[in-house]
Design a protein around this ligand. Sequence first.
Ligand SMILES: [Zn+2]
Ligand SMILES: [Zn+2]
Length: 553
Amino acid sequence: MTKEPSLTVFDGHDSIGGTKLLFEQGEVRLLLDFGTNYQRMGQFYEEYLQPRPSRGLVDYIATGMLPRIRGAYRQDLFPDYDYPKTDEEWPGARPTAVLLTHGHLDHCGGIAFLDPSIPIVSTPMTLALLRSWQETGKSDVSSEITYYGPKAPVESTGRDRGSLPGRLLGADKEAARASRPFSLLGELPSGLGEALKQSPFGAKTKFEPIAPVRARPDFDGVRYRFHGVDHSVYGAAGYLIEADGGTVAYTGDIRFHGERGRDTEGFLSLLEKKSPEVLVVEGTRLLASDQETPPALTSEADVEQNCLRDVLAYEGRLVIADFGPRNVERLKTFERIAHASGRQLVLTPKDAYLLHLLHTVDPSIPDDISPGGMRVLEEPSVGSERAWLRRVQSSDESAFLNPVDVAKSKSRYILCFSFFDCNDLVDLRHTGATEGGLWLYSSSEAHGEEQEFDFVRLQNWIRWAGMHQVGFRYVPDERGGRRLTFDHPEDLGHHASGHATQSELLEFVYRARPKIVVPVHTVQPARRYQELLRSRGSPATVVAPVQGQPIRW
Ligand SMILES: [Zn+2]
Ligand SMILES: [Zn+2]
């Protein structure tokens, strides 16, 4: 085995997200992110056609959603019979660890399938975010990022009974569910440690918590560093690996215009000192051509000003703010807007739990569920065994509201919702809470990053509920149809992107002075990046990644 370092891009080089990189040097193999590629997923699957949980890895490998890397995956997800029975023929060897940049699924979704003996290196904030996402979401194999339940062959009860044994996988009834080992970049906050020890399941299910450890500073002598960066989730980091013959750096997703813009500056200062040999850099907002006008830069402060203006204009009526609740920076913005407009935020129980966990890592994150703090919209549940819901329900009872309460004082609240909470509109409309109110869309336009949904459906819900909308709209297109747009003058300024603009990215690369640039998280071709860097005066060579082929330098 050669000691020479290399970098392989397995995914995410021609899409927004799905990033899967592998750094190798000698026996050390570090995965840099291991995300779900929603663009590729959309080529095969949709709402009612999903990979089959009972077939483990089969559907994901067959459709190319997961790359073939020997030793990378959970052995319990290979069915005994049929394709792919084992990974023996695949290239590569077991990854040493995953260096995870942040808690968006386009960077970490694939971790659910990785062998649980591979440690995940992340910030405590990212772990808290992912644990709350997993606990409050659907429970199947594709969500098993922070804990997992081993699978075992189950017998088919269909007509093929016995003829192809070992084809189907189900829960291994003998085995306990267990935490995945996380290695943290920083101390484990005691509150988070306590929360992680709690079983997400009912008393009847065996659960073995594994406490996260402090990440070691090197893997077999290969040292690495991380630095916090600004992005639309807290806890995001970029990495530098001290490889033989120079530094390899990876940005993850970055921006400069958010609350933690200075962190990105700090990461850049580190790069300036090192002048990396290789810089893997995101390119989400690169424009296809020089003719395209760059969108106006909206800062979080602009969002606050514009949304407050709208909320004040809807005095006496209900406001629903639609943003990704994991964007806690935005939640804090809406908390200030609520305060300035004499309203209170109303959360879903899931978001209340999310804030509870994140607060254990950063006490400045609001988690006050009380009559004078944030309120929670009651969710009817029948004999729920779910630990996270019990935790939320143990908050001050008088902080909870039902749809009748909301209707009675609709001018007092801002509901924090997203498309996936639209079922609650049925009851809210029934009580008269929504009539004449405002749906304020304050979220991402780049939907490659998270599960895609249909804005037509969202608009149908809003209209059906008797509400007005701002932040997106449909306008007539040239062919007599209609086109989704976020750029109408009335909609602009309600969302600040999670990503740096084209000119910021070019400035970033120029100042970091890398020899080689490997573009990821972009739909623009490498030659476009090269052209743009040349015009900015950067001498870096842009290498177009070829899936699965090692880049050497
Ligand atoms: Zn991303
Ligand atoms: Zn992201």
